[in-house]
Ligand binder design. Structure first.
Ligand SMILES: Nc1ncnc2c1ncn2[C@@H]1O[C@H](COP(=O)(O)OP(=O)(O)OP(=O)(O)O)[C@@H](O)[C@H]1O
Length: 215
């Protein structure tokens, strides 16, 4: 039994005995953790400790080797994942030939749109006003990262899985990520964040989930 289980409100995300192995070699786990609405949790670990692999399992890209993941008390399904979980990976996940606006409209078509925001508003919130119609291939790495952040703002997912969201960003971009995480927590969402940087989510003192290389 996990400490505090009987008194806890329903967690947004719950992992029990979660593990992943590759070629019979353990990558992480078994892990038990819960993430509640309004929480940002930092996943910490050395290079190769399994942080990216964990996020890929939680986002449904990889099947768990063992254990279970529940979202709002229910087992993961592809339909639930696509509308409730947003993954920001190492790669920006954008079509290079499309403009930022076209990329965002594509994402809205697949994942839906959060109430009260538009693609133009999202792009201006991440400092990309004036870049709406530029082919994405012409953007810098940091500007592409900002388009990915605009996509997070647009989609209605309650759970954000952010893999090194600060990578390629300047100081102002780092502050932007922290403001977005704050806003996500305040509106009742939650986020799991991997980062090597000491600048990660400095608002309050976020809970930390340590991962250790198992091999
Ligand atoms: N596609 C793959 N094929 C085989 N092994 C892989 C693959 N991806 C990752 N690994 C291995 O799985 C382990 C965990 O990798 P993972 O990328 O999850 O670590 P990480 O904690 O995110 O690392 P980093 O801090 O360097 O980003 C490593 O030992 C890595 O070599």
């Amino acid at each position: 039994m996990i400490a505090g289980e009987s008194n806890d409100p329903m967690p947004l995300l719950e992992a029990r005995d979660l593990s992943y192995s590759r070629n019979d070699e353990p990558v992480f786990g078994p892990l038990d953790f819960r993430l509640h609405a309004g929480e940002v949790v930092l996943i910490e670990g050395d290079n190769g400790s399994g942080k990216t692999t964990l996020l890929r399992v939680l986002s449904g890209l990889l099947a768990p080797g063992g254990g279970s993941v529940r979202l709002n008390g229910e087992n993961l399904t592809v339909a639930r994942l696509s509308h409730q979980v947003a993954l920001l990976g190492h790669q920006p996940g954008l079509k290079a030939d499309l403009t930022p606006l076209e990329n965002l409209n594509f994402a809205i078509g697949v994942f839906g749109l959060r109430a009260g925001i538009t693609p133009h508003l999202a792009l201006s919130s991440v400092g990309l006003e004036g870049y709406e119609d530029v082919p994405t291939r012409q953007l810098s790495a940091g500007q592409k990262k900002r388009v990915s952040l605009a996509r997070l703002l647009l989609v209605p997912a309650a759970l954000w899985l952010l893999d090194e969201p600060y990578a390629n960003l300047d100081r102002e971009g780092i502050d932007l990520v922290n403001r977005l995480l704050d806003a996500q927590a305040r509106r009742g969402g939650a986020a799991l964040v991997t980062s090597h940087g000491a600048y990660a989510f400095t608002s309050g003192s976020p809970r930390r989930l340590p991962l250790r290389a198992t091999a």
